[in-house]
Design a protein around this ligand. Sequence first.
Ligand SMILES: Nc1ncnc2c1ncn2[C@@H]1O[C@H](COP(=O)(O)OP(=O)(O)OP(=O)(O)O)[C@@H](O)[C@H]1O
Ligand SMILES: [Mg+2]
Length: 206
Amino acid sequence: MHVALDGVGHRFGRSGDWLFRSLTFAFRPGEVYALTGPSGSGKSTLLSLLAGRNRPVEGAIHLTGIDRVSWVFQNPFGSPRRTALDHVALPILARGESAPAAEEQAHEFLARFELESVAHRPFGDLSGGESQRLMLARGLASRPSLLLIDEPTAQLDRRTAERVDAAIAAVADPSTIVVVATHDARTRDACTGLLDLGALGGSGAG
Ligand SMILES: Nc1ncnc2c1ncn2[C@@H]1O[C@H](COP(=O)(O)OP(=O)(O)OP(=O)(O)O)[C@@H](O)[C@H]1O
Ligand SMILES: [Mg+2]
């Protein structure tokens, strides 16, 4: 299983500036890749190309053995009255597991992200950092082969962000390729691989 960028370039419109060009890179399971670069360098755009939402203007993206893609967005989004446990159990139930098995696995995911103590708390009562960690747990619970995470710490204060950064390491999974778009040097340092759009010399004006 792998994801490869082969000479990928993208811009919006025929005369727009290139966000990036000649991007060649291989993503492998078990790793957590930081996707970095200044605001507007195309991080979110590259995530949506990886998800197959858009096609790159140049080059190709090869997805080999990727059956499920899951997203974690910048703003945690949940059902205010449902518990943390419910949020993680739902994608496991959706995979066809029985209710007791889903609950047991959900507890394991919550423990992995240090959320056991809030398992039975409604989503609406969770702190920002807890909600964001819950989104990571839920993202993994659907067993994606590709997990795309966009700016997980952008809305958080420094201390809360540090707990989310610590959780980024827990997202690593032998059967999942994880890509995390981030501005944050500490989030980047919590990752095991790096693709820096800023190091490409900015937009290679077309
Ligand atoms: N659908 C679109 N149509 C036209 N331009 C777009 C579209 N989506 C993004 N852009 C532009 O492409 C550039 C890259 O946007 P993108 O959101 O990928 O950057 P980013 O690196 O994720 O930035 P940030 O760090 O602020 O999230 C921006 O200038 C943005 O305005
Ligand atoms: Mg973005």
